[in-house]
Design a binder for this molecule. Sequence first.
Ligand code: CU
Length: 378
Amino acid sequence: MKQMMKMMALGASVSALAALVGCSQAGPMATAGEFEVEGKVYGMPKAEVFREDYRGDAVVGDTMTASPHLAKLDYAGNKTHQVRLDTLSQKVEVAPGVSYTAWTFGGSVPGPVLHVREGDRVVFTMKNRSDEAVLVSEPGKGAAPFYRQMADNPYQKPEAAISPMPHSMDFHSGTVAADDKWRSISPGETIQFEWVANYPGVYMYHCGTSSVLMHTAMGQYGAVVVSPKEGYPTEADHEYVITQSEFYLQQVGESYIYDHQAAMANNPSHVTFNGHVSALMDQPLRAKKGDRVRLYVLNAGPNGTSSFHVIGAIFDRVWYEGNLENEWRGMQTVLLGASNGAVMEFIVPEDGLYKLVDHEFHDAERGAAGALIAAPAP
Ligand SMILES: [Cu+2]
Protein backbone atom coordinates (compact mmCIF):
# COMPACT_ATOMS: atom_id res chain seq x y z
CA MET A 1 0.00 0.00 0.00
CA LYS A 2 2.84 2.34 0.92
CA GLN A 3 4.49 1.54 -2.40
CA MET A 4 1.24 2.34 -4.21
CA MET A 5 0.88 5.71 -2.52
CA LYS A 6 4.48 6.54 -3.41
CA MET A 7 3.92 5.68 -7.05
CA MET A 8 0.77 7.81 -7.12
CA ALA A 9 2.75 10.71 -5.73
CA LEU A 10 5.31 10.24 -8.49
CA GLY A 11 2.58 10.35 -11.11
CA ALA A 12 2.57 6.65 -11.94
CA SER A 13 0.77 5.67 -15.12
CA VAL A 14 -2.77 4.38 -14.86
CA SER A 15 -1.78 0.94 -16.19
CA ALA A 16 1.02 0.55 -13.64
CA LEU A 17 -1.40 1.51 -10.89
CA ALA A 18 -4.05 -0.84 -12.20
CA ALA A 19 -1.51 -3.69 -12.23
CA LEU A 20 -0.58 -2.90 -8.63
CA VAL A 21 -4.17 -2.97 -7.42
CA GLY A 22 -4.88 -6.23 -9.14
CA CYS A 23 -6.50 -5.43 -12.49
CA SER A 24 -4.70 -5.84 -15.77
CA GLN A 25 -6.15 -2.70 -17.34
CA ALA A 26 -8.50 0.15 -16.66
CA GLY A 27 -12.12 -0.86 -17.26
CA PRO A 28 -14.53 0.75 -19.69
CA MET A 29 -15.63 3.37 -17.17
CA ALA A 30 -12.16 4.67 -16.35
CA THR A 31 -10.67 7.44 -18.45
CA ALA A 32 -7.24 9.13 -18.37
CA GLY A 33 -6.12 9.85 -14.82
CA GLU A 34 -8.64 7.42 -13.33
CA PHE A 35 -7.98 4.00 -11.87
CA GLU A 36 -10.01 1.00 -10.75
CA VAL A 37 -10.02 -1.08 -7.60
CA GLU A 38 -12.30 -4.13 -7.74
CA GLY A 39 -14.37 -2.54 -10.50
CA LYS A 40 -14.81 0.76 -8.65
CA VAL A 41 -13.53 3.91 -10.34
CA TYR A 42 -11.45 6.52 -8.55
CA GLY A 43 -9.45 9.60 -9.52
CA MET A 44 -12.04 11.96 -11.01
CA PRO A 45 -10.97 15.01 -13.02
CA LYS A 46 -10.61 18.30 -11.11
CA ALA A 47 -13.77 20.30 -10.48
CA GLU A 48 -14.23 23.45 -12.54
CA VAL A 49 -15.65 26.71 -11.19
CA PHE A 50 -16.79 29.31 -13.71
CA ARG A 51 -19.43 31.91 -14.50
CA GLU A 52 -22.21 31.21 -17.02
CA ASP A 53 -25.26 33.09 -18.24
CA TYR A 54 -27.76 30.36 -17.32
CA ARG A 55 -31.45 31.12 -16.78
CA GLY A 56 -32.92 27.67 -17.47
CA ASP A 57 -34.37 24.96 -15.23
CA ALA A 58 -32.77 24.67 -11.81
CA VAL A 59 -33.30 20.90 -11.94
CA VAL A 60 -32.12 18.99 -15.02
CA GLY A 61 -31.96 15.21 -15.39
CA ASP A 62 -34.45 12.60 -16.59
CA THR A 63 -34.13 10.58 -13.36
CA MET A 64 -34.66 13.58 -11.06
CA THR A 65 -37.98 13.23 -9.22
CA ALA A 66 -39.87 14.82 -6.33
CA SER A 67 -40.33 12.67 -3.18
CA PRO A 68 -41.84 10.11 -2.73
CA HIS A 69 -41.39 9.28 -6.43
CA LEU A 70 -38.46 7.31 -7.81
CA ALA A 71 -37.66 7.34 -11.54
CA LYS A 72 -37.58 4.03 -13.43
CA LEU A 73 -34.16 3.26 -14.93
CA ASP A 74 -35.20 2.47 -18.50
CA TYR A 75 -31.74 1.61 -19.82
CA ALA A 76 -29.56 -1.48 -19.66
CA GLY A 77 -26.08 -1.44 -18.16
CA ASN A 78 -24.45 1.85 -17.28
CA LYS A 79 -24.77 5.40 -18.55
CA THR A 80 -23.50 8.88 -17.89
CA HIS A 81 -26.11 11.23 -16.38
CA GLN A 82 -25.96 14.97 -17.00
CA VAL A 83 -27.46 16.38 -13.82
CA ARG A 84 -28.01 19.98 -12.78
CA LEU A 85 -29.19 21.09 -9.38
CA ASP A 86 -28.95 24.84 -8.77
CA THR A 87 -29.10 26.36 -5.29
CA LEU A 88 -32.08 28.66 -4.79
CA SER A 89 -33.61 30.51 -1.90
CA GLN A 90 -37.30 29.64 -1.72
CA LYS A 91 -40.15 30.23 0.68
CA VAL A 92 -41.48 26.77 1.62
CA GLU A 93 -44.15 25.48 3.98
CA VAL A 94 -43.29 22.94 6.68
CA ALA A 95 -46.62 22.76 8.52
CA PRO A 96 -50.00 24.50 8.01
CA GLY A 97 -49.31 28.21 8.53
CA VAL A 98 -45.57 27.67 9.05
CA SER A 99 -43.38 28.86 6.15
CA TYR A 100 -39.82 30.14 6.07
CA THR A 101 -37.27 31.28 3.51
CA ALA A 102 -35.32 28.08 2.94
CA TRP A 103 -31.98 27.49 1.27
CA THR A 104 -32.66 24.73 -1.23
CA PHE A 105 -31.34 22.53 -3.99
CA GLY A 106 -33.75 22.97 -6.89
CA GLY A 107 -36.44 24.82 -4.93
CA SER A 108 -37.86 22.07 -2.72
CA VAL A 109 -37.10 20.70 0.74
CA PRO A 110 -35.95 17.97 0.57
CA GLY A 111 -34.35 18.49 -2.83
CA PRO A 112 -35.05 16.23 -5.81
CA VAL A 113 -34.34 12.49 -5.65
CA LEU A 114 -31.61 11.38 -8.06
CA HIS A 115 -31.78 7.74 -9.20
CA VAL A 116 -28.81 6.04 -10.90
CA ARG A 117 -27.42 2.53 -11.22
CA GLU A 118 -24.27 1.20 -9.56
CA GLY A 119 -21.42 1.94 -11.99
CA ASP A 120 -23.15 4.96 -13.59
CA ARG A 121 -21.28 8.23 -13.91
CA VAL A 122 -22.79 11.58 -12.93
CA VAL A 123 -21.58 14.80 -14.55
CA PHE A 124 -22.91 17.34 -12.09
CA THR A 125 -23.45 21.07 -12.57
CA MET A 126 -24.61 23.50 -9.89
CA LYS A 127 -25.04 27.25 -10.16
CA ASN A 128 -25.39 29.26 -6.97
CA ARG A 129 -28.54 31.27 -7.77
CA SER A 130 -29.29 32.31 -4.18
CA ASP A 131 -29.13 35.95 -5.36
CA GLU A 132 -31.83 35.41 -8.07
CA ALA A 133 -35.61 35.12 -7.68
CA VAL A 134 -36.10 31.80 -9.49
CA LEU A 135 -39.63 30.54 -10.15
CA VAL A 136 -39.73 26.77 -9.78
CA SER A 137 -43.17 26.57 -11.37
CA GLU A 138 -42.08 27.50 -14.90
CA PRO A 139 -39.93 24.63 -16.18
CA GLY A 140 -38.74 24.48 -19.79
CA LYS A 141 -39.77 21.87 -22.37
CA GLY A 142 -38.63 18.32 -21.64
CA ALA A 143 -38.17 19.23 -17.99
CA ALA A 144 -37.18 16.75 -15.28
CA PRO A 145 -40.12 14.67 -13.93
CA PHE A 146 -39.51 16.57 -10.67
CA TYR A 147 -41.48 19.60 -11.95
CA ARG A 148 -44.68 17.73 -12.82
CA GLN A 149 -44.61 15.88 -9.50
CA MET A 150 -44.02 19.12 -7.59
CA ALA A 151 -47.04 20.68 -9.32
CA ASP A 152 -49.19 17.77 -8.04
CA ASN A 153 -48.03 18.18 -4.44
CA PRO A 154 -50.17 20.66 -2.48
CA TYR A 155 -47.51 20.97 0.23
CA GLN A 156 -44.72 22.07 -2.05
CA LYS A 157 -45.77 25.44 -3.41
CA PRO A 158 -42.52 27.31 -3.14
CA GLU A 159 -42.28 31.05 -3.78
CA ALA A 160 -39.16 32.68 -5.17
CA ALA A 161 -36.95 34.38 -2.58
CA ILE A 162 -33.52 35.98 -2.47
CA SER A 163 -30.93 35.18 0.21
CA PRO A 164 -27.38 35.44 -1.23
CA MET A 165 -25.03 32.98 0.44
CA PRO A 166 -22.10 30.73 -0.51
CA HIS A 167 -23.13 27.08 -0.92
CA SER A 168 -21.63 23.73 -1.87
CA MET A 169 -22.68 20.19 -2.72
CA ASP A 170 -21.54 17.06 -0.88
CA PHE A 171 -22.86 13.80 -2.41
CA HIS A 172 -22.39 10.94 0.04
CA SER A 173 -22.77 8.69 -3.02
CA GLY A 174 -19.51 10.01 -4.49
CA THR A 175 -15.91 9.08 -3.62
CA VAL A 176 -13.76 12.15 -4.35
CA ALA A 177 -11.50 14.72 -2.69
CA ALA A 178 -13.97 16.87 -0.78
CA ASP A 179 -11.75 19.98 -0.79
CA ASP A 180 -11.95 19.97 -4.60
CA LYS A 181 -15.44 18.73 -5.53
CA TRP A 182 -17.42 19.80 -2.48
CA ARG A 183 -15.98 23.32 -2.31
CA SER A 184 -18.15 26.40 -1.69
CA ILE A 185 -19.11 28.68 -4.54
CA SER A 186 -20.35 32.27 -4.32
CA PRO A 187 -23.66 33.59 -5.68
CA GLY A 188 -23.37 33.76 -9.49
CA GLU A 189 -20.71 31.03 -9.70
CA THR A 190 -21.16 27.55 -11.19
CA ILE A 191 -19.29 24.38 -10.23
CA GLN A 192 -19.01 21.25 -12.38
CA PHE A 193 -17.54 17.89 -11.35
CA GLU A 194 -17.99 14.14 -11.86
CA TRP A 195 -18.44 11.11 -9.66
CA VAL A 196 -19.04 7.42 -10.27
CA ALA A 197 -21.70 5.55 -8.28
CA ASN A 198 -19.26 2.95 -6.91
CA TYR A 199 -21.52 1.51 -4.21
CA PRO A 200 -25.27 0.84 -4.31
CA GLY A 201 -27.33 2.50 -1.60
CA VAL A 202 -29.62 5.23 -0.32
CA TYR A 203 -27.44 8.27 0.13
CA MET A 204 -27.72 11.78 1.44
CA TYR A 205 -26.57 14.85 -0.39
CA HIS A 206 -26.28 18.18 1.40
CA CYS A 207 -24.61 21.54 1.45
CA GLY A 208 -21.26 21.29 3.22
CA THR A 209 -20.64 25.00 3.71
CA SER A 210 -20.01 26.15 7.28
CA SER A 211 -22.04 26.07 9.44
CA VAL A 212 -23.04 22.70 7.99
CA LEU A 213 -25.67 22.40 10.72
CA MET A 214 -27.21 25.69 9.61
CA HIS A 215 -27.04 24.99 5.85
CA THR A 216 -28.61 21.55 6.18
CA ALA A 217 -31.21 22.69 8.72
CA MET A 218 -32.09 25.54 6.32
CA GLY A 219 -33.19 22.87 3.79
CA GLN A 220 -30.18 21.89 1.70
CA TYR A 221 -30.39 18.10 1.51
CA GLY A 222 -31.90 15.29 -0.50
CA ALA A 223 -31.53 11.63 -1.49
CA VAL A 224 -29.57 9.76 -4.13
CA VAL A 225 -30.68 6.17 -4.78
CA VAL A 226 -28.00 4.00 -6.38
CA SER A 227 -29.66 0.74 -7.42
CA PRO A 228 -27.47 -2.38 -7.37
CA LYS A 229 -26.11 -3.43 -10.77
CA GLU A 230 -28.32 -6.53 -10.87
CA GLY A 231 -31.21 -4.87 -8.98
CA TYR A 232 -32.73 -6.15 -5.74
CA PRO A 233 -33.59 -9.88 -5.66
CA THR A 234 -37.31 -9.24 -4.98
CA GLU A 235 -40.08 -7.84 -7.19
CA ALA A 236 -41.53 -4.72 -5.58
CA ASP A 237 -45.08 -3.65 -6.47
CA HIS A 238 -44.48 -0.10 -5.23
CA GLU A 239 -41.36 1.92 -4.56
CA TYR A 240 -41.40 5.10 -2.47
CA VAL A 241 -38.70 7.45 -1.23
CA ILE A 242 -39.02 8.91 2.28
CA THR A 243 -36.60 11.44 3.72
CA GLN A 244 -36.87 12.28 7.40
CA SER A 245 -35.49 15.60 8.59
CA GLU A 246 -35.74 18.14 11.39
CA PHE A 247 -36.64 21.83 11.20
CA TYR A 248 -35.64 24.39 13.81
CA LEU A 249 -37.98 27.35 13.37
CA GLN A 250 -39.03 30.16 15.64
CA GLN A 251 -41.88 32.57 15.10
CA VAL A 252 -40.99 36.25 14.66
CA GLY A 253 -44.16 38.29 14.15
CA GLU A 254 -46.06 36.67 11.30
CA SER A 255 -43.14 34.71 9.91
CA TYR A 256 -40.75 31.96 10.89
CA ILE A 257 -36.96 31.97 10.83
CA TYR A 258 -34.23 29.43 11.53
CA ASP A 259 -33.26 29.14 15.21
CA HIS A 260 -29.59 28.17 15.53
CA GLN A 261 -29.76 27.88 19.33
CA ALA A 262 -32.55 25.31 19.00
CA ALA A 263 -30.51 23.43 16.37
CA MET A 264 -27.46 23.38 18.65
CA ALA A 265 -29.67 22.13 21.48
CA ASN A 266 -31.21 19.45 19.22
CA ASN A 267 -34.70 20.76 19.94
CA PRO A 268 -36.58 20.72 16.63
CA SER A 269 -39.83 22.59 16.11
CA HIS A 270 -40.89 20.08 13.42
CA VAL A 271 -39.72 16.64 12.28
CA THR A 272 -41.06 15.61 8.90
CA PHE A 273 -41.25 12.90 6.27
CA ASN A 274 -40.58 14.53 2.88
CA GLY A 275 -40.46 18.08 4.18
CA HIS A 276 -43.97 18.71 5.49
CA VAL A 277 -45.80 17.39 8.57
CA SER A 278 -48.77 16.49 6.32
CA ALA A 279 -46.87 15.31 3.22
CA LEU A 280 -47.53 11.61 3.81
CA MET A 281 -50.64 12.04 5.96
CA ASP A 282 -53.00 13.88 3.62
CA GLN A 283 -51.42 12.27 0.54
CA PRO A 284 -50.83 8.73 1.83
CA LEU A 285 -48.82 6.12 -0.02
CA ARG A 286 -50.98 3.56 -1.82
CA ALA A 287 -50.81 -0.22 -2.20
CA LYS A 288 -53.01 -3.32 -2.35
CA LYS A 289 -53.33 -6.29 -0.03
CA GLY A 290 -50.48 -8.73 -0.74
CA ASP A 291 -48.24 -6.14 -2.40
CA ARG A 292 -44.55 -5.96 -1.65
CA VAL A 293 -43.77 -2.33 -0.82
CA ARG A 294 -40.18 -1.14 -1.06
CA LEU A 295 -39.26 2.00 0.85
CA TYR A 296 -36.04 3.90 0.31
CA VAL A 297 -35.63 5.70 3.62
CA LEU A 298 -33.04 8.38 4.34
CA ASN A 299 -32.62 10.10 7.68
CA ALA A 300 -31.17 13.48 6.70
CA GLY A 301 -31.03 14.70 10.31
CA PRO A 302 -29.16 17.00 10.64
CA ASN A 303 -29.04 15.98 14.33
CA GLY A 304 -31.44 13.25 15.29
CA THR A 305 -31.83 9.52 14.76
CA SER A 306 -34.85 7.84 13.25
CA SER A 307 -36.37 4.59 14.57
CA PHE A 308 -38.35 3.91 11.42
CA HIS A 309 -41.37 1.66 11.88
CA VAL A 310 -44.56 0.74 10.00
CA ILE A 311 -47.43 0.07 12.40
CA GLY A 312 -48.93 -3.35 11.60
CA ALA A 313 -46.09 -4.57 9.40
CA ILE A 314 -42.73 -6.27 9.78
CA PHE A 315 -39.91 -5.55 7.36
CA ASP A 316 -39.52 -8.78 5.41
CA ARG A 317 -36.15 -7.63 4.11
CA VAL A 318 -33.96 -4.68 4.98
CA TRP A 319 -30.80 -3.75 3.14
CA TYR A 320 -28.98 -1.37 5.46
CA GLU A 321 -27.61 1.60 3.51
CA GLY A 322 -29.26 -0.09 0.50
CA ASN A 323 -26.39 -2.54 -0.02
CA LEU A 324 -27.31 -6.17 -0.77
CA GLU A 325 -24.40 -7.33 1.42
CA ASN A 326 -26.16 -5.84 4.47
CA GLU A 327 -29.35 -7.90 4.56
CA TRP A 328 -31.58 -8.21 7.60
CA ARG A 329 -34.84 -10.18 7.88
CA GLY A 330 -37.90 -9.68 10.03
CA MET A 331 -37.08 -6.21 11.37
CA GLN A 332 -39.75 -4.36 13.40
CA THR A 333 -37.83 -1.05 13.43
CA VAL A 334 -34.76 0.23 11.61
CA LEU A 335 -32.50 2.67 13.44
CA LEU A 336 -30.97 5.29 11.18
CA GLY A 337 -28.36 7.74 12.40
CA ALA A 338 -28.01 11.14 10.77
CA SER A 339 -27.30 10.48 7.06
CA ASN A 340 -27.93 6.71 7.26
CA GLY A 341 -30.27 5.19 4.71
CA ALA A 342 -31.87 1.81 4.11
CA VAL A 343 -34.09 -0.09 1.72
CA MET A 344 -36.98 -1.65 3.64
CA GLU A 345 -39.59 -4.03 2.22
CA PHE A 346 -42.79 -5.33 3.70
CA ILE A 347 -45.80 -7.32 2.53
CA VAL A 348 -49.14 -5.54 2.94
CA PRO A 349 -51.05 -8.03 5.09
CA GLU A 350 -54.62 -6.86 4.43
CA ASP A 351 -56.68 -3.82 3.44
CA GLY A 352 -56.40 -0.96 5.89
CA LEU A 353 -54.36 1.96 7.15
CA TYR A 354 -50.68 1.51 7.97
CA LYS A 355 -48.99 4.37 9.77
CA LEU A 356 -45.33 5.09 9.18
CA VAL A 357 -43.64 6.63 12.20
CA ASP A 358 -40.37 7.49 13.80
CA HIS A 359 -40.89 5.28 16.87
CA GLU A 360 -39.02 7.89 18.90
CA PHE A 361 -42.43 9.35 19.64
CA HIS A 362 -41.33 12.84 20.54
CA ASP A 363 -40.35 13.04 16.85
CA ALA A 364 -43.59 11.40 15.65
CA GLU A 365 -45.50 14.04 17.64
CA ARG A 366 -43.46 16.77 15.97
CA GLY A 367 -44.59 15.47 12.58
CA ALA A 368 -42.54 12.38 11.67
CA ALA A 369 -45.57 10.35 10.71
CA GLY A 370 -47.18 9.25 7.49
CA ALA A 371 -49.64 6.69 6.17
CA LEU A 372 -50.00 3.95 3.62
CA ILE A 373 -53.53 3.00 2.61
CA ALA A 374 -54.12 -0.49 1.31
CA ALA A 375 -57.30 -0.80 -0.71
CA PRO A 376 -58.43 -2.65 -3.83
CA ALA A 377 -57.45 -0.89 -7.07
CA PRO A 378 -60.27 1.49 -8.16
CU1 CU B 1 -25.44 26.00 1.71
